[in-house]
Design a protein around this ligand. Structure first.
Ligand code: SAJ
Length: 427
């Protein structure tokens, strides 16, 4: 098998750029392709247009060595890695238009023998669809060997890295590679082996697609279980965090943590692709999505109930806006939905937002007349009667418990929990 030395990575986002950089720092010549002029220019200056630990060093190094450059036009290459978004349509089915646009860029550059890898999270059948789409654009090529036309190799290698740990997990995580053909799987394996120290497991493309979706659905279903427990515990007046901690002492129980809802654009999206592929059968997966999506409204009702019996002019401190702890990423964050909803349900209440990772409110919140971004968490707490903890940032865990003493607290992440259960028993 030929060793691949020239790779084009289509899409220089949260996955494409780290992948391009890690290939380049491992000796491959990489051209990154993106529709954004800003991204292309930033990469060519050796800069990273978003925050991800250690990525800047890799990009700066790869560009300085001349192994990584960026362009808006898809070049000729021996291998193409497609890492473009796969959002969902209004009916929750996957929108493959970005993948098709990438294919339209690649097709004219093919002459046979190239490897095309789909990394984007994809519904079952998307890799085959990419192959069929390319062959429709280039009927002189074939996905199979021996049909009298030059073959192109198509494989799916889903990304599985955790934002915030991308540069570590790219190297250490196991990978799953699903080939349309065995040759395609083997060729993709050889390419990923240049930087991946985890095991590389080969399968067919649809199983690889499903494996990725199932990983995120597994977490979604388990978080839904935790979120349901938090609502049940509230009704039974017990501390859900203590409940879960105790249950998890069992050697075969590992319940995840409840929260204000599930955010980010992976776990809250991918399970819908399974539901769309098997709507009649995927009842548990669908219900988990609905349960997690309903959690923000439940939190809003809790806050409204607390504020209702306070004198007029009360304030709520909303601590945290990002979709999870210690990052600045606000995409699909349940905290944002909760603040929007509170602002309209409680028009005479000031919502004092503290989010240490941002300098200004996103426009969806900035336009609301009763929502304010407050510089310090301490002053948000001091000025509010109700404290709503939405994100478990480390800095919030360090808040002096004394300043919380006279406040009404709704801690959706359980970081300030102080269970009194055993003290309340008359032993
Ligand atoms: N969350 C909870 N309770 C928990 C764990 C998470 O409420 O016990 C919430 C978080 O607060 C957040 C959301 O779930 O709002 C998702 O956070 P996460 O840290 O679990 O996952 P992501 O979305 O940042 O990254 C996931 C990862 N998938 C898995 O762990 C199976 C990552 O490896 C994937 O690469 C990524 O999705 C992706 O791109 O698909």
């Amino acid at each position: 098998m030929n060793i691949i030395q020239n790779v084009a990575v289509i899409g220089l986002g949260y996955i494409g750029l780290p992948t391009a950089a890690i290939l380049a720092t491992n000796g491959i010549n990489v051209v990154g392709v993106d529709v954004s002029t800003r991204t292309v220019e930033a990469v060519n200056r050796g800069e990273v247009p978003f925050v991800e630990p250690d990525l800047s060093v890799h990009v700066a190094g790869a560009v300085a060595q001349g192994r990584l450059k960026a362009t808006k036009e898809t070049p000729k290459a021996e291998a193409y890695i497609v890492a473009v978004p796969t959002p969902f349509n209004a009916d929750k089915s996957a929108d493959l238009s970005y993948i098709e646009a990438a294919a339209r860029g690649i097709a004219p550059q093919l002459s046979g023998g190239e490897l095309i890898i789909l990394e984007s999270t994809s519904p079952p059948g998307a890799t085959q669809h990419l192959g069929d789409y390319l062959v429709r654009l280039r009927p002189d090529l074939s996905l199979e060997q021996g049909l009298g036309r030059p073959q192109i190799l198509i494989a799916h290698c889903p990304e599985r890295v955790l934002p915030g740990r991308v540069m570590i997990e790219l190297v250490t995580n196991d990978r799953i590679i699903g080939g349309i053909t065995r040759d395609a799987a083997l060729s993709a394996k050889a390419l990923y082996e240049t930087f991946c120290q985890g095991e590389i497991h080969l399968t067919d493309a649809t199983t690889a697609e499903m494996a990725k979706l199932v990983e995120n659905s597994f977490r979604d279903v388990n978080i839904a279980f935790a979120n349901e427990l938090s609502i049940i515990s509230d009704k039974l007046n017990i501390d859900v965090w203590e409940l879960i901690e105790l249950a998890n002492y069992h050697p075969r129980v590992n319940i995840l943590q409840p929260g204000p809802g599930v955010g980010g654009h992976c776990i809250a999206v991918d399970p819908w692709f399974i539901v769309a592929a098997a709507p009649e059968e995927a009842t548990l997966i669908r219900q988990a999505r609905l349960t997690n999506d309903a959690k923000p409204d439940w939190v809003v009702e809790r806050v409204v109930t607390e504020v209702k019996d306070l004198p007029p002019g009360a304030s709520v401190a909303a601590l945290g806006l990002s979709f999870k702890a210690n990052i600045d990423d606000l995409r699909e964050s349940p905290a944002i939905d909760i603040v929007i909803s509170l602002a309209s349900r409680l028009p005479n209440t000031r919502i004092l937002v503290s989010e240490p990772h941002i300098n200004g409110l996103p426009s969806v919140l900035g336009d609301l007349s009763n929502v304010y971004l407050v510089d310090s968490t301490e002053s948000a707490i001091a000025d509010a009667e109700v404290i709503l903890l939405l994100v478990n940032h480390d800095s919030f865990a360090d808040v002096d418990p004394k300043v919380l003493e006279s406040k009404r607290i709704i801690d959706t992440r359980g970081i300030w929990r102080n269970s009194q259960a055993v003290e309340s028993l008359e032993l």
